[in-house]
Design a protein around this ligand. Structure first.
Ligand code: BGC
Length: 836
């Protein structure tokens, strides 16, 4: 494809009037994974889109150009700081420009119905108000740079199980009050340029071809006049999707538009105006992004800087939530001897898995972060907790001594004796998704790869080698076959559900000896089975792991020994990008095998133990009562380890609050019976009672409530006053830092209708603000809340929002379970409304 010099502008109507049908049809689909189609003769360039939502990866999953990684959605939301989150959006905008992208595929604005959601970490909150406010903040930040945001996935992609087929069966009321509300708020407060439709169906119709959702609600009621695109391979029809208002099929090349649109035009199922309406939106977006001045096929660059690092460090540390801190175990005293123990300590779990993942500029592990502030801290693994073995590339070397492997690409299988390599690439991450790997000689998705390197063990012991793949593959160590994922393959979750289970082979190796490693791989078409609904993975991919054999019992014993020798312990446990990823949900809410036993044993050995949990969504904590201090640290992006160390040592006073409830057990959560796809359907049986709306209503004990988070200081909230002018409600209160350290508190405002004409939640968050206070300082905070949004519910009888004539309690406090201050607001006349 030739490229076009940067255009400043073109006239949409003019271009539309000159386009041929073929050009119009081409504009309705991407040309590859990340680019729209150009029409060079009329000055319309191709523009680039890039994932979101916690950083901008650029055009390559495989060997991508490094990027800034922000904390995951729940980690961002835990800051409860819209201004900080807006700045995070602006950073993403700048990163997009560096990657030559005009459009970011984010934020993710779905809801955590269950703790098990594979992509729960990407979304902000179980509460629609918090999710809406932070989606709008992100979009405002991104779009302040001129880059377009794509709010996704519209709507009800709240589970991964059978995500393309599943039908979210939901009442109109729950759809409006909970699942559409954050999108509605984002539309009202930030006007995103693009929407990405969800994979799933909603009440029988796929979101990408739902006239109700796209035409009536989004474009009609909310007045959206931007571009809608499908999720990747989530356009399922030609005519219906276009008629419903879906502008862009992604990715390309088209599999369901192209000549099928011609066919539909030919037989009259589609009319030219149907196509024109969609093309107009594509042209409008391209035109709008031209102001960025990004050339077509722009090179991808990096803009890492000390300022970015400092910002990411504070963004991450501000979202850390101190769940528990008996006897002020935290912050730790730097003068005491310290051990860092646990599966998450030496590995940087900086990001969840799937399309949110990216190659970071760098990633600081908790152990590295802590050792920067306390170099003498001791370390023990404690228990392995990986779902798939850690990547091989961190332990292997190439011929030239670089840490990684050399990848050689062939058009012929290994059986062809003198086959010729067509490409040689250095690989520093042995998790290789080939969808966006390109080479001029590769014309189909069938080809072969070899990875080569050497491995020199640090100990004489047994080592585990592993491979999962979308394709077929084998691992050889010094010529000996150690893993065979070719002759017997088992379906698994890898590669968005299109790949195999992980096959592991064990071999004893000697310390100091250099072993030759060879990985032979055939791309996806060679796979011995195929999974339904996983179109589009082209050449597939492979993931290769290597780790010394680690047995839980022995590792725990070593950790206990170490814990006994030191004054205090930081125990880092949790999940990672394999446990929480795309294409599958978590199977249970527990930590990986061995972790609970490790925590119990270490706390018993040394009561001065603080547990740091890294996960995007809640985990069970059967040791909750025994552990004196717990810090929830999410996936913190590049600065993960530094942010944890800052809070652990008290450089940063924690001020994060939970953006979702932490139930005691998964069985306690309101979606428990209705979460998995049951023959392609999920009934949203909990209705509007998601998260704390359920726990408050049923008075069910939780491990930690929504909004909860401690500090190293204490606060008082007093002097609540509430006034209203019938449009807005003005809530004010005085916040005082009553302790000895500077810190920040979040004032949370919940509404409760006294005598509703139907069942309503006891409390619903409708406003919040975070305020920083020096020790001893007092401030008055004011929160302005839209009266109709704060008081209304969705009236199914009228298909409209209603604010009923009634008295509403305004409940103020510092978590959903602690709202001691109370005032009233009155609605004097029942009124119905629609729109924004
Ligand atoms: C995800 C989207 C993402 C897209 C492109 C899909 O699998 O659901 O969120 O933007 O891939 O990577």
């Amino acid at each position: 494809m030739g490229s076009l010099p940067v255009q400043t502008t073109f006239d949409v109507d003019d271009v539309l009037s000159q386009l041929t049908i073929a050009e119009k049809v081409a504009l309705l689909s991407g040309i590859d994974f990340w680019h729209t189609a150009p029409v060079h003769r009329l000055g319309v360039p191709s523009i680039r889109v890039s994932d979101g939502p916690n950083g901008v990866r650029g055009t390559r999953f495989f060997n991508g150009v490094p990027a800034a990684c922000l904390p995951c959605g729940t980690g961002l939301a835990a800051t409860w700081d819209a201004d900080l989150v807006r700045k995070g959006g602006a950073l993403q905008g700048a990163e997009a420009i560096a990657k030559g992208a005009s459009v970011i595929l984010g934020p993710t604005t779905n809801m955590q119905r269950s703790p098990l959601g594979g992509r729960g970490f990407e979304s902000f909150s179980e509460d629609p108000y918090l999710a809406g406010a932070l989606s709008a903040a992100t979009i405002n930040g991104i779009q302040s740079t001129g880059v377009s945001a794509t709010i996704k996935h519209f709507v009800c992609n709240d589970q991964e199980d059978q995500r393309q087929a599943i039908d979210s069966i939901i009442t109109e009321r729950a759809l409006r009050e909970i699942y559409l509300m954050p999108f509605q708020m984002a539309q009202r407060d930030s006007k995103p340029d693009c929407y990405m439709t969800a994979y799933n169906r909603v009440n029988g119709t796929h979101a990408s071809e739902s006239p109700r959702l796209i035409k009536d609600v989004l474009r009609g009621e909310w007045g959206f006049d931007g571009l809608t695109m499908s999720d990747w391979f989530g356009t399922y029809s030609t005519t219906e999707a276009i008629k419903a208002g879906l502008d862009l099929e992604m990715p390309g090349p088209s599999y369901i538009r192209g000549h099928l649109v011609n066919q539909a035009l030919g037989c009259g199922k589609l009319l030219v105006p149907d196509v024109d309406e969609r093309v107009r939106e594509v042209l409008k977006l391209v035109k709008k992004t031209q102001a960025l001045g990004i050339p077509e096929n722009a090179p991808e660059t990096t803009i890492d800087s000390p300022e970015t690092s400092a910002f990411l460090r504070s963004l991450s540390s501000n979202g850390l939530v101190l769940l528990k801190n008996n006897h002020n175990i935290l912050p730790l005293n730097k003068k005491k001897t310290t051990a860092v123990i646990g599966p998450n300590a030496a590995y940087a779990s900086y990001c969840g898995g799937g399309s949110a993942s990216l190659l970071p500029y760098y990633a600081v592990s908790p152990l590295d972060g802590i050792r920067k502030q306390m170099p003498e801290a001791k370390y023990a693994l404690g228990a392995p907790a990986w779902k798939a073995l850690p990547l091989m590339t961190r332990l292997t070397k190439t011929k030239t001594g670089e840490e990684g492997l050399t990848m050689t690409v062939f058009l012929d299988p290994p059986s062809v004796v003198h086959r010729k390599a067509i490409d040689e690439v250095f690989v520093n991450k042995s998790d290789i998704l080939l969808v966006d790997y390109k080479h001029p000689l590769i014309k189909t998705s069938l080809y072969w790869i070899e990875l080569n390197g050497t491995f020199t063990p640090e100990r004489t012991t047994e080592y585990d080698f592993s491979m999962c793949c979308a394709g077929t593959g084998k691992i050889f160590v010094d010529g000996e076959l150690v893993v065979d994922n070719e002759t017997h393959q088992r379906p698994g979750n890898s590669f968005f559900g299109s790949g195999t289970a992980e096959e592991i082979g064990r071999v004893k190796l000697e310390e100091g000896k250099s072993y030759g490693i060879k990985v032979a791989f055939g791309t996806l078409p060679t796979m011995t089975f195929s999974s339904p609904g996983t179109t589009g993975f082209g050449a597939g991919g492979l993931r290769v792991g290597l780790e010394r054999k680690a047995e839980i019992g022995i590792e725990i014993e070593r950790a206990v020994q170490l814990a006994k020798e030191v004054d205090q312990v930081i125990l880092c446990a949790g999940l990672n990008s394999e446990w929480e990823s795309e294409g599958y949900d978590r199977e249970h809410m527990d930590l990986p095998p061995g972790s609970d036993d490790l925590i119990k044993a270490v706390v018993a050995a040394n009561p001065n133990t603080a547990v740091v949990i890294q996960s995007g969504t809640p985990v069970t904590m059967p040791w909750l009562k025994d552990v004196p201090a717990i810090l929830q640290a999410w996936y913190g992006g590049n600065e993960t380890g530094n942010a944890i160390a800052d809070v652990v040592f008290g450089n940063t006073n924690p001020s994060g609050k939970l953006p979702l409830s932490f139930p005691i057990r998964n069985e306690d959560n309101p979606a428990f019976l209705n979460y998995k796809s049951e023959r392609n359907r999920a009934v949203y049986g909990e209705d509007v009672y998601i998260g704390y709306r359920f726990y408050e209503k049923t008075n069910k004990e939780v491990a930690f409530p929504f909004g909860h988070g401690l500090s190293y200081t204490t606060f008082d909230i007093t002097d609540l006053s509430v006034e209203d002018d019938d449009i807005d409600i003005f809530v004010s209160a005085t916040v005082t830092n009553t302790g000895k350290v500077d810190g920040a508190q979040v004032v949370q405002v919940y509404f409760s209708q006294r005598n509703p004409s139907l069942n309503r939640p006891m409390k619903e968050l409708k406003g919040f603000t975070k305020t920083f206070l020096k020790a001893g300082e007092s401030k008055t905070v004011e929160i302005v809340i839209s009266k109709k949004y704060a008081t209304s519910f969705w009236d199914e009888a009228r298909d409209a929002w209603v604010m009923e004539k009634d008295v509403f309690d305004v409940l103020v406090g510092d978590s959903s379970a602690n709202t001691p201050l109370k005032a009233q607001v009155t609605v004097r006349r029942t009124e119905w409304w629609t729109g924004l």
